[in-house]
Design a protein around this ligand. Structure first.
Ligand code: AMP
Ligand code: GLY
Length: 461
């Protein structure tokens, strides 16, 4: 009898816990594929999802109890929407509202947030802040750099570094388009000077920094102010066309490996990157008095001279969020609570699987994208293929999906090996018709081999 009672009590406790979990009302702010996958993962964790977005994402619309289409920087409206819907906490997807203080405003309005406050979000919002912080706190992955507001001293810096080793970075958010790298966007000293002059004329502060040569990787972490926990490494592909040709984009796709590393990045490298991210989080607190909370994205490059920090983002990556969140073995809602409460612990894992994400973009993207073109998603076939798909910059009208001027759909393959994941992603891509293109080479063994050989050639020099 006693045994039966214990079983019954445990049963009711589990039901109670499940229903408590189901009652969490989460708000997602943002409208892209990154927010779609964050929303999906919150719903998987038992959340009632609400979405506040400047542009209607069809995926979030389908997942949400309620949506509001309005500026993501109108904090008063967001607070009103939260109050009206008894939101327990808000997850902020993109950087734009973070760097202008959405978290400060919402928390003042009584809504806990996943995302850093304005002071801490400077890690993404101000390249000058970040480089100065890394220098002051002697964080090793920093690179040589100097801040400029005029042309004074520029010739000297170029001479000291050698013109072929220079990168020019405007201060502030530039949507990935302001950074110019010698060899990619600048091909002479005159080009460097011309770009610096343009920035000076626009009264823009900017950095000149050391150009790093190596292989890049993304390390996305969960941060509660003190503890920093990592997720599988991802490699993004910024160039529009195959074989890393063409203009830079927001990212054409990304992959991750079943061992959560990269063939050219060791666990020791990851530990060094994670250590530097922990030191950075501690430095933000010491420097600003504000704890960094939320997601922190570290983009590193492995070079012959060790690991170098290319940039921090104060959010998940797009497309990189699609590579890691679907692998989460744990509850994102619980993780969010522990970020808010400052008691994050390693009680979650990621499936030991490889992923390949391919972005479908409108023909002509990024220079002259064909907008308002219909896309047909063969849902039955794509589900059969095993691929997942996420809506990015597309809109739905009378049940039909149309392109805009940016990346349209993210298609994701998950499998035991990279080869299989890539095949699933490609199969998924064939189930989406439209005037679209994608990079067939992302996630292929051929491209991976090229990266391995590049890294090896640098390390033996
Ligand atoms: P960011 O906006 O800082 O991510 O820069 C855009 C891209 O420029 C990065 O993804 C890198 O590929 C490249 N980049 C930025 N900083 C450097 C650097 N110091 N050395 C070499 N490449 C860089
Ligand atoms: N994938 C690059 C970014 O999210 O900034």
């Amino acid at each position: 009898m006693l045994k039966l009672n214990i079983i019954l009590i445990s049963y009711y406790r589990i039901i109670e816990l499940i229903s408590l979990m189901a009652m969490v009302n989460c708000l997602i702010v943002g409208h892209g594929a990154r927010e779609h996958v964050i929303g999906e993962t919150l719903v998987k964790g038992g959340a009632n999802l609400f979405s506040f977005m400047s542009f209607k994402n069809a995926g979030l619309e389908d997942l949400s109890k309620k949506i509001k289409i309005h500026s993501e920087s109108d904090f008063k409206e967001i607070i009103g929407f939260c109050k009206e819907n008894k939101i327990d906490f808000a997850v902020i997807g993109p950087e734009a509202p973070l760097v202008v203080g959405i978290v400060d405003a919402l928390e003042k309005g009584g809504i806990p947030c996943i995302g850093p406050k304005i002071e801490a979000a400077q890690l993404e919002g101000s390249k000058v802040f970040t480089r100065n912080l890394l220098e002051k706190y002697k964080i090793k992955s920093n690179v040589k750099n100097k801040i400029f507001e005029s042309m004074d001293g520029i010739e000297r810096f170029i001479k000291d570094m050698g013109e072929e080793n220079v990168v020019v970075k405007p201060e502030g958010l530039t949507g990935g388009k302001g950074v110019k790298v010698y060899g990619d966007h600048l091909s002479s000293k005159a080009d460097i000077l011309e770009y610096c002059q343009e920035l000076t004329n626009n009264n823009n502060r900017f950095l000149l920094e050391e150009k790093c040569i190596g292989e890049e990787f993304t390390l996305q972490t969960f941060v509660d102010g003190k503890t920093v926990l990592g997720s599988p490494l991802v490699q993004d592909h910024k160039r529009a066309y195959e074989d890393d040709k063409g203009p830079n984009t927001g990212g054409m796709g990304s992959y991750s490996m079943e061992d959560h590393l990269m063939p050219f990045i060791t666990q020791k490298d990851v530990n060094i990157a994670l250590e530097d991210m922990k030191k950075t989080v501690a430095a933000v607190k010491t420097e600003t008095g504000t704890e960094y909370k939320g997601f922190l994205y570290g983009q590193f490059m492995k070079t012959a001279k060790g690991l170098k920090l290319i940039e921090y983002n104060s959010r998940f990556g797009d497309p990189e969020a699609m590579n890691v969140l679907p692998l989460l073995q744990g509850n994102l809602v619980d993780i969010c609570w522990s970020i808010i409460n400052g008691n994050l612990s390693q009680n979650f894992e990621f499936e030991k699987k490889a992923t390949v994400c391919k972005y479908l973009a409108p023909e002509g993207y990024p220079a002259n994208p064909k907008r308002d073109e219909q896309i047909i998603i063969n849902r039955e076939e794509i589900n059969k293929s095993g691929a997942k798909y996420y809506y990015a910059s597309v809109y739905r009208e009378s049940g039909k999906i149309f392109t805009t001027t940016s990346r349209a759909m993210g298609v994701l393959g998950i499998a035991d090996s990279l080869e299989k994941a890539e095949r699933i992603a490609e199969k998924g891509v064939t189930c989406i018709e439209g005037n679209l293109f994608h990079r067939k080479d992302i996630g292929t063994l051929k491209l991976l081999q090229k990266r391995i050989e590049h890294m090896n050639s640098l390390l033996i020099e």
